[in-house]
Design a protein around this ligand. Structure first.
Ligand code: S3P
Length: 166
């Protein structure tokens, strides 16, 4: 299979970075994160990109970042939570091994709270989480080859379940 060994998708705050790094360590492979790629390339935070240029511009950057990362053969690749909104990105994921790290709305509110660094949750996090999950759950499920529920699990536990699912 070309591309990464495994791609992680799921909502922001679900633990893609932490679990992804644990998985990479255990598998003895590299770790890459498209959010980090965008920040490095742009020299500014994701929040700043949203404020300066808006979500649409960010999504265009994200689409390119995902395409590049998928072609670069990182071992474990974590995608930003909104990357599955793009139909071309979803099509690119079709031949990949994709783990969807899931959590329910209450877990999401508890984990992320009011977080200004995450521009999509700046106001009324519970309502926004509900809407985000409703809009995206089927997209995550659609690209996933396996789903790992994270509710009530530590990152180590999630990584172990993910390893077993590979
Ligand atoms: C977003 C998720 C974030 C980041 C941006 C938008 C989203 O990534 O790309 O804030 O739309 O869900 P993480 O899932 O890595 O936090």
């Amino acid at each position: 299979m070309s591309g990464p060994l495994v791609v992680l998708v799921g909502p922001m705050g679900v633990g893609k970075s932490t679990v992804g790094q644990l998985l990479a360590e255990r598998l003895g492979v590299g770790y890459r994160d498209t959010d980090e790629d965008i920040v490095a390339e742009q020299g500014r935070s994701i929040a700043e990109i949203f404020v300066d240029e808006g979500e649409e511009a960010f999504r265009a950057m994200e689409k390119q970042a995902v395409r590049r990362a998928l072609g670069a053969h990182p071992g474990v690749l974590a995608l930003g939570g909104g990357s599955v909104l793009d139909a071309d990105t979803r099509a690119l994921l079709a031949g990949q091994r994709v783990l969807y790290l899931s959590m329910d709305v209450e877990e999401a509110v508890k984990r992320t709270g009011l977080n200004a660094a995450r521009p999509l949750l700046a106001v009324n996090p519970r309502k926004q989480w509900r809407e985000l999950m409703e809009a995206r759950r089927h997209l995550y499920e659609g690209v996933a080859t396996a789903v790992v529920a994270t509710d009530g699990r530590t990152a180590e536990e999630v990584a172990q379940v993910a390893l077993d699912a590979l």
